[in-house]
Unconditional design. Sequence first.
Length: 247
Amino acid sequence: MYLQPIFDSPDIMKQLPTEGKKFKSVDHLWRHWMGRVHKNPKCLEILSTEGLLDKWRVANNDLEFVQKGLDDYLQTKRDAFARFYFLSNDELLEILSQTKDPTRVQPFLCKVFENIKRVTFGEDMIITELFSSEGEKIKCLANVKTKEKNVETWMGDLEEEMTNSVRNVMQVGRSGGRDDEFRAKCYAGKNKSRLKLERMRIRLNLICTPIEPNPIPIPSIPPRSVSRSTSKQIGRCGCWSTPVRSC
């Protein structure tokens, strides 16, 4: 039963013509004999039809051929785009059966890409923006074209563009972290990712910026007033010459 909607799709029939013909043949045989049974529910008369058993054996072999061809077809798609392994066969078939409508991919984006909730399709089905589950928006550096492309091809382009766009946002966050306008946007809560980058930059500056000498002099301890082992440990830290400061 689950093969029926698959081979009702013109896209699947176009990509699996041999399997599609065999399935249609089996489907026609099934409907023909179920119609006869419905009209004449005498099972013994129907089962005694000459050659019926051989027909169903051939139909069963054809269905096994169709199932194997379908599995091989899905495997080739997963080999072309490895993230399809995150999807079940039914989910992948639903995507492949609607290749002319790229928007049908939207419900499965969060399974294929980590934290991409949806994308924006512009004119001619061009992807221009990415949205996370938290509502963050990233504009694509280069628009991703989906028209007249196989789904595994343009989703591979989307994966590459996702990496480039996120990297660009991080670089902009690092370089623009000291601007007043940038900080205002961060602390206004309009962009959580940039706020995190700003916090990281502040922490890195605190760690990497040299600490000014403590204005309060700390008397050094004469080496002879401590044991030899303690003296060696303090000497390694440089505490004889540099006052100890707490962070």
